[in-house]
Design a protein around this ligand. Structure first.
Ligand SMILES: Nc1nc2c(ncn2[C@@H]2O[C@H](COP(=O)(O)OP(=O)(O)OP(=O)(O)O)[C@@H](O)[C@H]2O)c(=O)[nH]1
Ligand SMILES: [Zn+2]
Length: 343
């Protein structure tokens, strides 16, 4: 384990004090080079404290002042300096956030202040959990998650739980046009069905788990990660509070490798920043056909010259796909984003 001395008298960490009345800008030659600092993954965030998995240890860290207001979220890969032992009462410094491969934002409605904020970084699989019954499925919410996933370059996986209560087909049929991978599970209190398939599907991935209250997310999490069951109810080592009092995301390690990022208290993802082209890009066949569209075509159903209509006409599979794409497009266009008003 590399240990670095970053006591306050270490010349590398000195921050020049700004001159009074003048905004001082640090010259690049004064900037500290952190490219040798080891990279860990943020697994929990709470009130300015970060828990970072670094090799085999969990390190607690605070954000270096030079990062300013840069948001650091669960899943971020970050460079650390300072005491990296992970021992109790030690605190490392988080000095750099590496570029994110993907990013999910919390919707404005879920954020105090009404602005979308990044919430999960670097997830590659979105596990959308929905019950076949009790509570009834909410397809519009699933659509909203799908927009966030497709536009963000994250593969979606639909998991239909509680198949013992109602058949999954009526729910899954609504998504066939998208070619959305899906799995069906049920748990009668003792025995599982479909758990093995799910466990394989998530292995090795950085998964973000979403779904509204009561659909069975905790039940699935506890089955996939037996350790999580024991941890629930325990006091959070980062925050000193119960896990369920926090609405922040938390990453739990999957036994076969990979991470399951739970997003308690998050109702949906923000779509304000989503670009139509990013959504379209997730549908390679449609994106290609759309090259024939007039400039600035919105691709919606009321767009008379949209080339997608000609592409789909007379082909049931293509028509289903176009309908599904347009449903997601409408989801994006109609998403209530209060802060956008006036833009
Ligand atoms: N019949 C049936 N009940 C299930 C199944 N999976 C979970 N449940 C029950 O559904 C209820 C809700 O499950 P949870 O796992 O707590 O749901 P959750 O999504 O974590 O809910 P929140 O914590 O509120 O977000 C519990 O009583 C579970 O025992 C299932 O496959 N079949
Ligand atoms: Zn078009």
């Amino acid at each position: 384990m590399v240990r670095r001395d970053i006591g306050t008298d270490d010349p590398r960490v000195r921050v020049r004090r700004g001159r009074k009345g003048k905004k001082s800008r640090r010259r690049s030659k004064d900037r500290v080079d952190y490219s040798d600092a080891p990279i860990g993954q943020v697994i929990a965030v709470d009130r300015g404290r970060y828990r970072v998995r670094l090799g085999e240890v969990d390190v607690r860290a605070v954000k270096a002042r030079e990062l300013g207001r840069h948001a650091i979220v669960v899943g971020d890969r970050v460079r650390l300096v300072g005491d990296l032992s992970g021992r109790a009462d030690t605190l490392a410094r988080l000095v750099e956030v590496t570029p994110r491969s993907t990013e999910l934002t919390r919707s404005a409605e879920d954020t105090p202040g009404g602005r979308e904020k990044p919430m999960v970084a670097n997830a590659d699989l979105m596990v959308i959990v929905t019950a076949c019954a009790d509570p009834p499925p909410r397809p519009r919410m699933i659509d909203r998650c799908l927009v966030a996933a497709y536009a963000g370059g994250i593969s979606p996986l639909l998991v239909a739980t509680k198949a013992d209560l109602a058949p999954a087909a009526p729910l899954l049929d609504q998504f066939t046009g998208l070619g959305l991978p899906s799995l069906v599970t049920s748990f009668d209190g003792e025995a599982w069905e479909g758990l093995e398939g799910l466990s394989e599907a998530v292995r090795g991935h950085t998964c973000v788990l979403v779904g509204h209250s009561g659909v069975g997310k905790s039940t699935l999490t506890n089955a996939l990660i037996p350790e999580a069951a024991r941890r629930t109810g325990e006091v959070n080592a980062v925050t000193g509070r119960g896990r369920h009092t926090s609405t922040g995301a938390v990453a739990l390690e999957l036994p076969g490798g990979g991470w399951l990022i739970d997003t308690p208290g998050i109702r949906s993802f923000g779509l304000a920043h989503v670009e139509i082209d990013d959504l379209l890009a997730a549908f390679a066949d449609l994106a290609e056909a759309a090259n024939q569209c007039p400039r600035r075509c919105s691709h919606t159903a009321d767009e008379v010259e949209c080339a997608l209509d000609a592409w789909a006409r007379g082909d049931a599979r293509r028509e289903a796909r176009l309908d599904s794409f347009r449903r997601l497009l409408e989801t994006k266009l109609s998403a209530a984003e209060p802060w956008q008003v006036g833009h």
